[in-house]
Ligand binder design. Structure first.
Ligand code: UD1
Length: 434
């Protein structure tokens, strides 16, 4: 098992560059199989979630050529297998985007039904509602979602909940449906806009992405494209919190500052300075952290994927903060681990009451999921002494070269594979960090 060893107490200072947005890239990669032409996607993050989806795409018969770690060429002309088994879905939920993509292109798809996960039960009823409205039959048999349509016809669909996944999946299924599809009460996250822009660059006719209503006029076929993934707002937000929690001064490059407004304005309320310039954002703090109220919401509200990182930061503030999670029902699993580092957080239902202690101390903690794992790392960077973050396999799903980028900002963090590595790290950083 790999873990991060961290010696905390050093303010992060310097410049860091974020990679492409994992969640946008997952939608794009699925969409890429919808044409028989070559599709080139660059600024892909080199993280395990992306690599698993690429394997799934190869598994159904598409040609996948990795031009370099961040660029891939996909050709979907030789797809023979319209069925994706549970092995992929278990590793990466978003491989269910292949359901919408295959249904849209071949009018037939079978993908294993995803289960719940570490952060909630995560039903997919809205995806199914959308496919059915386009004229597809959808059955669940032997753990597979089987969907088939003689023809797909445009429809007017009002989603009951705002869902990123359902918006992308139904958008994929409807780009080549006959006639006009109107999707209402859709998600507005930047990755929705990116997937729509990408599909439009392949010849689709999608309007309104980024608003509550998306209108899609079906086209007969899609063609090849070259496309660059947008920057990852959650990776950027995590570095913003890392700067805030350590009292550092970090400039994050290759970002779209507009996508970071919810996180940035919360950090300003908490006593940080946040300065956006061009495609970079600088976060620094010279005063103690202040408490705040945070409620996760759909975009442009505060992102649920930043909830653990902001909660960790608030654990170091001077007062009592309230963090309310309104998207997923089980997203406070990391709280017990943070409390083991000296935080004082009580969870009641979907609310965490955080009594800022002004201090955290290092210990051995374990990542319960991707973003929670990142939150424990940034807590470790601000804690006294050594923090060992186990189960970093979750973190590697979504953060490329996380330890290397943090070291570039002056952090003492390393991957340790063996007990010997742990001892070596502790000996090397035994003296107080300057
Ligand atoms: C995506 C992101 C994830 C992020 C989440 C919310 C990807 C690959 N993942 O997940 O990182 O945390 O958006 O911003 O992009 N729901 C239903 N029925 C459905 C679909 C969703 O009830 O058919 C509910 C979910 O249980 C949840 C809420 O809607 O409570 C939002 O989920 P959704 O936006 O679909 O999240 P994901 O697309 O799974």
């Amino acid at each position: 098992m790999e873990r991060y060893m961290i010696k905390g107490g050093r303010p992060l200072v310097g410049d860091v560059e974020v990679n492409g947005a994992k969640n946008a890239a997952l939608g794009l990669l699925a969409g890429a199989i919808m044409t028989d032409d070559d599709v080139i996607i660059d600024n892909l993050p080199d993280v395990s979630d992306i690599n698993v989806l690429l394997q799934a795409i190869e598994g159904i018969g598409a040609k996948v050529e990795r031009i370099d770690p961040h660029t891939v060429k996909i050709n979907g002309s030789a797809i023979t297998n319209l069925s994706l088994d549970y092995g992929y879905i278990k590793k990466i939920r978003a491989s269910y985007y292949l359901l919408g993509a295959l249904l849209g292109k071949y009018h037939h798809a079978e993908v294993a039904l995803p289960g719940g996960c570490a952060i909630g039960t995560r039903p997919i009823d809205q995806h199914i509602k959308g496919f059915r409205a386009l004229g597809a039959n959808v059955d669940i048999e032997y753990g597979m979602i089987c969907t088939e349509a003689e023809r797909l016809t445009g429809s007017h669909i009002f989603f009951d909940v705002v869902s990123v996944g359902a918006t992308i999946n139904v958008m994929l299924a409807s780009v080549m449906a006959e006639g006009k599809t109107i999707l209402e009460n859709v998600a507005k996250e930047p990755h929705i806009v990116d997937v729509a822009n990408f599909l439009n660059s392949m010849g689709a006719n999608i309007k309104g992405a980024g608003t509550d209503v998306i209108t899609i006029r079906g086209v007969q076929k899609l063609h090849g494209t070259e496309y660059t993934v947008i920057p990852d707002q959650i990776e950027a937000g995590t570095f913003m919190c890392a700067a805030a929690i350590t009292g550092g001064d970090v400039t994050i490059h290759n970002v779209i500052p507009k996508h970071l407004e919810a996180t940035g304005s919360k950090l300003v309320e908490m006593g940080c300075h946040v300065i956006a310039r061009g495609d970079s954002i600088r976060v620094f703090r010279t005063e103690p952290l202040r408490d705040a109220k945070v409620k996760t919401q759909v975009y442009p509200g505060f992102p649920t994927d930043m909830q653990p990182q902001i909660a960790a930061t608030l654990a170091l503030s001077g007062g009592t903060s309230i963090v309310t999670e309104s998207i997923f029902e089980n997203r406070f699993k990391y709280v017990d681990e943070l409390n083991r580092m000296g935080a004082n957080i009580k969870v009641e239902g979907n609310t965490a009451i955080i009594k800022g202690m002004g201090h955290l101390s290092g210990t051995i903690v374990s990542s319960p999921d991707l973003r929670a794992g990142a939150a424990l790392v940034i807590a470790g960077l601000a804690a006294d002494g050594f923090t060992q973050v186990d189960d970093i396999v979750y973190i590697l799903r979504g953060y490329e070269r996380f330890d290397e980028k943090l070291r570039g900002l002056g952090a003492c963090i390393e991957v340790a594979k063996t007990e010997h590595d742990i001892k070596k790290f502790k000996l090397r950083f035994a003296s107080p960090v300057a």
